[in-house]
Design a binder for this molecule. Structure first.
Ligand SMILES: C[S@@+](CC[C@H](N)C(=O)[O-])C[C@H]1O[C@@H](n2cnc3c(N)ncnc32)[C@H](O)[C@@H]1O
Length: 209
């Protein structure tokens, strides 16, 4: 299926081997400290990009599975982190993992891509399915307090395009709507990059049995 955003990511990653840098994001450092305290081992990363966070989680001893729909970055991740084979698939079509397999699911700036609310809800259901009862879901998204919110070209719903990238902005109401059957553990605010981007760091728990 042709997808202009996927092609844009392929081109971006082909042109720059470390587009988001090589240091772990604040989001990954936050998630790793909670996952260590909770004794998590098997971790799934959604929208891993070139693997800046995948690498650090793997080197910290987590058993990481990574997914992205860009073939270019999946190849790059597997080259950099020998222990991880990044799976190339469009997460809107579901996750190729069994029920209850992971202790935690992590994503940084993935649920903030060009997704409709219905697609987001369906992907969160998939995250719920692949987590064990009591498992944790961590995700970050651009917030409606972000300086780029409502800037550039309006695409649909709360998705806006700037420099060829389509981004969805969320507020706390959206985050509560998305939690669905999860328990919402925390919603923190943080900034990243030169703009700076304004993001929410969300932690949810699949209720224990
Ligand atoms: C903003 S980047 C973040 C990359 C990485 N998490 C990081 O922070 O370095 C979003 C990533 O999501 C991936 N992505 C977007 N839509 C996707 C989809 N439908 N299925 C799988 N991956 C997708 C893109 O290819 C891109 O690598």
């Amino acid at each position: 299926m042709s997808d202009r955003q996927r092609e844009k990511w392929d081109r971006t990653y082909s042109g720059d081997g470390s587009y988001f840098g090589t240091s772990p994001s604040f989001m990954a450092q936050h998630a790793m400290s909670v996952m260590k305290n909770e004794g998590c081992e098997k971790v799934l990363e959604l929208g891993c990009g070139q693997g800046r966070d995948t690498a650090h989680m793997s080197w910290a001893g987590f058993d990481v599975s990574a997914v992205d729909y860009s073939e270019v970055c999946c190849r790059q991740v597997s080259e950099v982190v020998e222990e991880v084979e990044a799976v190339c698939c469009d997460i809107r079509n579901g996750l190729p993992f069994p029920d209850g397999y992971f202790d935690a699911c992590f994503s940084h700036m993935f649920f903030t891509m060009n997704f409709s609310m219905e697609e987001l809800k369906s992907m969160v259901c998939e995250v719920y399915r692949v987590l064990r009862p009591g498992g944790l879901a961590f995700y970050s998204v651009r917030s409606k307090k972000d300086p780029h919110y409502q800037k550039g070209e309006h695409v649909f719903e709360e998705v806006w395009e700037m420099n060829g990238f389509q981004v969805r902005y969320l507020d706390e109401y959206d985050i509560r709507t998305l939690a669905q059957r999860f328990d919402l553990v925390s919603v923190l605010e943080f900034e990243e990059g030169a703009l700076p981007k304004h993001l929410y760091a969300v932690t949810m728990r699949r209720p224990p049995r």
